[in-house]
Design a protein. Structure first.
Lengths: 304, 368
């Protein structure tokens, strides 16, 4: 039982990271109907900025951990938002209105470009930082197994939940959210009613990038290691999470993220770690066979 | 600026390549110059470059200068084959490489076909030299995993006598091979591991594995795999306040292991051949490397020695034909930066000496 609980904690933390990245996929799909395959690289860039910023802060002598984490978070968010904006502006906007596959291919190209760009700029080596947020709270202590939750796990999960709540509020309660939902439904009509569609789409990309940046910073803190290739694997998992939850649905992306995190943890816990990815993707396939639009997705209604 | 300089140098290299002088002997060093094992690629490259510079300073080999090509396989078997073909098309006569066994073995097929001498400074999987007469061109200056795994397992059974042991590998040719040799030794001596698990290279999250080790009350983990994953496992174990000792193989001999593992690296051990930096023969060379701002750790001096052996064999036979080189290598003892080295009929060194090292404060030294 204690063991199960510990693995649940591990899985939820992992799922929170997947969920944060998945929101970026699902939001972009919702508004422009394309899969932004470069999103995983945006997350990777967020992680690199975090490593650079932590190193710089360390050299400048900022040692109070909460301040350092906050500064790094804000820096990473600003920079990746700029990247998110630029990616949309350069690779997708010129292709809007062309045939459906064009932006998709452009996205794959962007992903390859960003990976190589970081590799050339930062080198192909693994970058590591010293543990920054350390320590754990023992929750249950029985004779043979101690369930502990580390501070960084608490930070990841609370930050994710806080972001999710504020983000849902942003979509449902604000002017921008209304514009965003309007663009999702019908861009032409939204434009006729005075909504700046280009700006709304740009903002959507930037918000997605910001959430990916948070995930990148958290992962840097959690594992302490980044390389230019991490965007690929995380991107695939997060994309799977978005599809599992129902692409286009925000709660779905979060749910999908947590589910995939938990499946990975439980499979690793009770079966074999070797085959955890196979387990994850098998579940994805099963869900899609029985619910093609994902767990919380609305079936696509053909607009006439 | 450094990038542009590098570009110029690369361009110059290309220009030279197009007008290759008959005088030069082209040799190569191949390994992971990029990717997560790039620190080992750097060890190889530094060692080989220094050796080539030193040999050329002394007039080259049979009065011809050596020119070094660098091949990057990123520890990817497919890329290793591509690199091997590329080197063959550049008329390379000798390759010091590769690092990952999973790269060295497929690449050696190309070298065997093309008649290129291959001396691996660091691939330890036994298969490399166990494939019969077709691969007479393949040698290595390091030991083998069947020796290394045994030494590692013996150390665990002595130091952690009666403690619970787990075996983890990374499914790579090197990692799983090493883990299986260790497992064989454990089981032979009546120690049954509590857990035998494979992980994925490139994974960052090992929290599930750590909890599992915790559940099984594991106190020592024998790890077959590369330093990135080893470092992450050590680090995450400490995060989850699990005190385990991690025992790995020669793929941990890079300071990068310590920087990934952080303070958790202090409970790690590894097996590696006798540290050549401690060899009296190498003292001057170590000083020379350090003066150039590089600590010749791990396989640096092995790569140096591989080039030395090629040069000595060629000088002895006054030829760079494969058959002559192989005949010389089978028959001679070479005096290298690693001390005296001789090869057996398979191409393995005749006197491998695995030692156990302990990591402490970001440095490694003999455990006992």
């Amino acid at each position: 039982m204690e063991y199960f609980l510990q693995q649940t904690i591990n899985g939820i933390t992992l799922g929170a990271v997947y969920g944060l990245i998945a929101i970026g996929y699902t939001m972009v799909y919702g508004i422009v109907g394309m899969i932004n395959f470069a999103h995983g690289e945006i997350y990777m860039i967020g992680a690199f900025i975090a490593v650079i910023a932590f190193t710089l802060l360390g050299m400048m002598g900022v040692t109070w951990v909460p301040a350092a984490v906050l500064i790094v978070l804000v820096t990473a968010m600003l920079f990746t938002a700029a990247y998110g904006w630029a990616v949309e502006r350069i690779a997708y906007r010129p292709l809007r209105g062309s045939f459906r596959l064009a932006p998709l291919i452009s996205a794959i190209g962007m992903s390859i470009f960003l990976q190589n760009y970081v590799q050339l700029l930062q080198g192909a080596r693994v970058k590591s930082i010293q543990p920054i947020v350390t320590g754990a709270i023992p929750l249950i202590e029985t004779g043979h197994f101690q369930v502990a939750v580390t501070y960084i796990q608490i930070l990841i999960v609370t930050l994710t939940i806080a972001l999710m709540i504020s983000f849902s509020l942003l979509i449902t309660r604000t002017r921008f959210g209304r514009a965003q939902r309007a663009c999702e439904q019908d861009q032409t009509m939204a434009a006729l009613l005075g909504i700046d569609v280009d700006r709304t789409i740009s903002m959507t990309f930037m918000i997605g990038a910001i959430l990916a940046a948070v995930a990148g910073v958290m992962v840097t803190l959690y594992y302490g290691v980044v390389d230019f290739f991490i965007g690929f694997q995380a991107g695939i998992k997060a994309f799977a999470a978005a599809v599992l939850g129902g692409i286009g649905s925000l709660p779905g992306a979060m749910l999908g993220g947590f589910l995939i995190g938990l499946v990975e943890a439980y499979w690793s816990a009770y079966f074999s770690i070797e085959y955890k990815d196979i387990a994850t993707f098998s579940i994805l396939i099963l869900v899609l066979i029985f619910r093609p639009s994902g767990l919380l997705g609305r079936p696509d209604v053909e607009k006439v | 600026m450094r990038k542009t300089l590098f570009g110029l140098v690369a361009a110059a290299g290309l220009a030279v390549a197009s007008t290759v002088s008959a005088q030069e002997i082209v040799i190569a060093v191949a390994g992971p110059m990029t990717g997560s094992n790039a620190s080992f690629g750097e060890q190889f490259r530094r060692g080989a470059e220094m050796a080539v510079a030193d040999i050329n300073a002394q007039g080259g080999v049979i009065r011809r200068k050596l020119r070094l090509e660098v091949g990057d396989d990123a520890c990817d078997p497919k890329q290793a084959v591509a690199v091997a073909n590329q080197l063959a098309s550049k008329k390379v006569v000798f390759v010091a490489g590769h690092y990952c066994s999973g790269s060295s073995i497929p690449a050696s097929e190309v070298y065997a076909e093309e008649g290129i001498l291959q001396i691996s400074p660091g691939s330890t999987n036994p298969v490399l030299t166990e494939r019969g007469a077709k691969f007479k061109n393949v040698f290595r200056v390091c030991g083998r995993d069947d020796q290394q795994g045994g030494v590692g397992a013996d150390f665990v059974m002595e130091k952690f006598k009666g403690k619970v042991v787990a075996i983890v590998h990374d499914k790579s040719q090197y990692g799983k091979g090493l883990a299986d040799f260790a497992k064989a030794r454990f089981n032979e001596k009546g120690v049954k591991e509590a857990l035998y698990e494979g992980i994925n290279v490139g994974d960052k999250d090992f929290s599930a594995l750590i909890s599992r080790l915790k559940q099984a009350k594991v106190e020592a983990v024998y790890f077959g795999g590369y330093h990135t994953e080893a470092g992450l496992i050590a680090r995450q174990a400490k995060e989850q306040s699990l005190n385990i000792a991690l025992i790995g193989g020669d793929a941990l001999v890079t300071n990068e292991f310590a920087s990934i593992a952080g303070p958790a690296g202090d409970s790690a051990y590894m097996t590696f051949d006798a540290d050549p930096r401690k060899n009296p023969v190498a003292q001057q060379m170590v000083a020379k490397f350090k003066a150039a701002g590089y600590d010749p750790e791990g396989y640096t001096l092995y790569a140096y020695a591989a080039v030395q052996i090629f040069a000595q064999a060629a000088a002895q036979k006054k030829s760079i034909k494969l058959d002559d080189l192989v005949a010389a290598m089978r028959a001679t003892k070479f005096s290298t930066m690693l001390g005296e080295i001789g090869f057996d009929g398979k191409g393995d060194v005749t006197s491998p000496a695995y030692k156990v090292y302990a990591w402490k404060g970001g440095k490694y030294d003999y455990a006992n």
